[in-house]
Design a protein around this ligand. Structure first.
Ligand code: SF4
Length: 83
């Protein structure tokens, strides 16, 4: 059940304030933040939560390395040029 830990609060170093688990598990187009394991492992069994609630392909999407900034900028330039 994805909602089990929704009310638990944690300080988010990225946002600079406390946020509920519900935000962490849904902030990436309804998928969890890619840092969710690092942030929550001391508070809940986050490995079990991920395994029970997300398919293998969803987990791959959740924890995929983000594209570096230069690649993203070059892709945007190519799109703007119609390539
Ligand atoms: S999982 Fe993401 S949103 Fe949640 S506390 Fe960690 S960095 Fe912040």
């Amino acid at each position: 059940m994805k909602e089990l830990f929704d009310e638990k609060l944690l300080y988010c170093g990225s946002l600079g304030h406390n946020i509920p688990f519900k935000y962490c598990r849904s902030m990436n187009s309804e998928l969890p933040c890619r840092k969710i394991k690092d942030c929550w492992f001391e508070r809940i069994d986050i490995e079990k939560f991920i395994e029970e609630n997300y398919s293998v392909s969803e987990q791959e999407r959740i924890f995929a390395e983000p594209p570096d900034k230069i690649s993203t900028i070059l892709d945007l330039i190519k799109k703007a040029q119609g390539k």
